[in-house]
Design a protein around this ligand. Sequence first.
Ligand code: BTN
Length: 261
Amino acid sequence: MKLDYRYYKTIDSTNLEIKRLYAQGAKEGTVASAGTQTAGRGRTGHRWESPRDVSVATSLLLTPPADLPMEKLPGLTILAAMAVAKTIEEEYHLTCEIKWPNDILVGKRKICGILTEMDAANGSVNYVVVGIGVNVHQTKADFVEEISDMATSLDMELQKEHGEDKRASRRTIIRGIWENFLSYYQDFLRYQGSLEGIREDYNLHLVNRNKRVKIMDPAGEYEAKAVGMEADGSLAILMDDGTKRCVDSGEVHVRGLYGYV
Ligand code: BTN
């Protein structure tokens, strides 16, 4: 796959742009990035603010091979999380943690969110959009009050960690993320959608690991201890009665993070 970068000064949402480009015949590897999004989309129907050229909003078009089982696709979000963590660590020497499955944290605050969307018909996938938003140049005052204690930006962390007035580069981040993603994606396809190749590294970054977590199951929330990510992308947890379970999807809160005490 060859990466084909397109840049927009302002757009509604880079995920929506990839969907439009696919409809116009764009190929796997097309990347849409924007300085500002006017209708950025977050998970669970939330908005994702990308104002005034202060963040990275970037999305990639994938057309996974027909023989890749559909249930492996959530693994793409896990690969994206690793690609972001690796890029931030390599380029800026900031330590990243990952909140399963795909929030990236620096200093226990969220610096990046990932929204993967797909289009499928008759049991097979037409395309997948992996959309990544990274907070880059925001100051504390740029975050709305509800999230200002939970969010951070690369510039804020560089200032804290290295005492520098160094500004992170959005272009470097975009290129780094997708190049790292591509290399993980090639292995992922080679091993039929297994995450075994990144499991160990991912678990070393996992903020949930060995922590008390609250699983927001639609059938009723419960607490357990998180063990680690499995090769299928699920989160292994240890119940209080000693039994092991795997959580495939949904919200998992980690004690000590985002106000869960
Ligand atoms: C989250 O809620 O944590 C996920 C946020 C994902 C935001 C990114 S920004 C680039 C891409 N375009 C969108 O509209 N959303 C994703």
